[in-house]
Each structure stands twice: as C-alpha cells, then as structure tokens.
Write a protein that binds this ligand. Structure first.
Ligand SMILES: [Zn+2]
Length: 257
C-alpha cells in the first residue's frame, strides 16, 4: 500500500491510495483537477474510484473535470451527503467495506463537521477529512458539539495508536499554538510545535502523524485531562467537567481564537 499526498489549493490535501500489487488507485477528496491528474501521470496510475470524506467544495471541486477524463469512475461518499456531492454514484453507510485492488478498507461515519462526514480506514492508514487534523479537529458546521465529541471519541476507541492520520488540511502549526495555550506544561506539545516551526513544508517533507502523537498533543482528544479541564473552567467556571462539555468549551475557544 502506498499513499501519495497531493497538496491542493492553499492548504488542502488530496491523496492517492495505491494498491502496489495491482497498481489500482483511488483518489481521496479531489480538491482540484490539475495537481491530482499530474500526480496520477507522474506515477503512471489509472484511478478506479473517488472517495469523498464530505461535501465541502474545497474537497470535491476537482471531481467534475476528472470525470471528463475518466467517465467510468465511481464516486463514493456517505449516504447523508447524497444530493450535496453532485457526482456521487455510490452511497456508503457506516462500517461498509470498500476496496482498492487488493486493499480492503472500511468507512466510519463521523458526523459533526458535516452530517455525512466519514473516514476511510485501510490497514494502518486513516483518511480523516475535516474531522481530525494534526493537533486539532474540524469546525462544527452541521452537527452538535456532542456529535463531534462522540465522533472523535470513536476514533480513539476504534483505532490502534500506530494508525497514521491523513487529514484534509494541514493546520498543524496553528493548532499546536492553540494546544500550547491550553497546556503550557505539556512537553509533547512544545516539542511537536518546535518541530513544526523548524520544518520547511514540501510535498516530500510532509509526513503523517499517528494516533499516538495526536493522543499526546491534540487537545480535542484530551478533554479528560486535568489541564484541559482547567483551561475550560477559566472560560466557563460552572462547567460540569465531563469530557463532552470540556470539548464544547475548547472547540468554541478555538473558533474564537
Ligand atoms: Zn470541510
């Protein structure tokens, strides 16, 4: 299995997921036509499917032109995104199996950012769209903070710490600045922030994080930690202190940051 990140627009990531045995390939979230087809031709790949994590324009805008070149391509997305991804041909439900050559993956419905947001899990790889970012999570546009909290809690429960995280955007540095404001004494956050500041981002240099690193540094996965509770109490002193409520408060803090 091979994953090729394709930087698109200003800070989006599309990905090519390649079965190295059959050379079958899927496009995850084709934000733009040109960078995607350039990467396909550089690697002499012919796509066999498009997988959408959600309906936002900056994740699907390349689909129309790609279909002009590959009209037979099936386009997959969660069933609640039906009608909102115009080119959708295959509606998926939670836990449905999808394949790319000999690779077998599973869809996980994670509402919150949009009501049909979903993740695609293949082996040690998780495509998280705008649900989970490096050191952050997506804004809650359609769901409730409870739904988003449960979607993130489900990620923690469902996947091994080694699973690699491939998000729809790279906001990691700004997210880590926010994380450090909440947890100034968290050395893992400080260390990751220093690494982010030191690195010059190029496609070649970009590497995914893993769930273990997110558990150590991502405040939205750390709502049960005393330091995050304390930060939320500074904003809302009467908070009941359950992780779901802590999540609601720090998500709002990040929205206003
Ligand atoms: Zn989005």
């Amino acid at each position: 299995m091979l994953v090729l990140p394709v930087p698109c627009l200003f800070d989006n990531f599309s990905y090519l997921l390649v079965c190295e045995v059959t050379r079958a390939c899927a496009i995850i979230d084709p934000s733009e036509y040109y960078p995607v087809v350039t990467t396909l031709s550089e690697h002499q790949l012919r796509p066999q499917a498009i997988f959408c994590t959600h309906h936002h324009r900056d994740h699907i805008d390349g689909i129309k032109e790609i279909l002009e070149e590959y009209p037979e391509l099936p386009v997959y997305g969660h069933e609640s995104e039906q009608g909102r991804i115009p080119e959708l041909t295959h509606s998926l439900v939670d836990q449905e199996v999808v394949t790319v050559g000999q690779l077998r993956g599973e869809v996980h419905h994670t509402p919150g950012h949009t009501r049909g947001s979903c993740l695609y899990h293949f082996g040690d790889t998780l495509f998280t769209g705008d649900t989970l970012f490096g050191a952050g999570c997506g804004r809650i546009f359609e769901g409730t903070s409870q739904e988003m909290y449960h979607s993130l809690a489900r990620i923690i429960e469902s996947f091994a710490p080694e699973v690699k995280i491939y998000p729809g955007h790279d906001y990691t540095r700004a997210n880590l600045e926010f994380a450090r404001s909440l947890e100034p004494a968290n050395n893992a956050v400080t260390q990751r922030l220093e690494q982010e500041r030191a690195v010059v981002k190029t496609t070649e240099a970009w590497t995914p994080s893993d769930l273990a690193l997110e558990l150590a540094t991502n405040p939205f996965l750390r709502c049960d930690k005393p330091a995050i509770l304390l930060a939320s109490q500074n904003i809302e002193p009467d908070i009941d202190g359950t992780p779901g409520q802590v999540f609601r408060v720090i998500r709002r803090m990040k929205d206003n940051a």
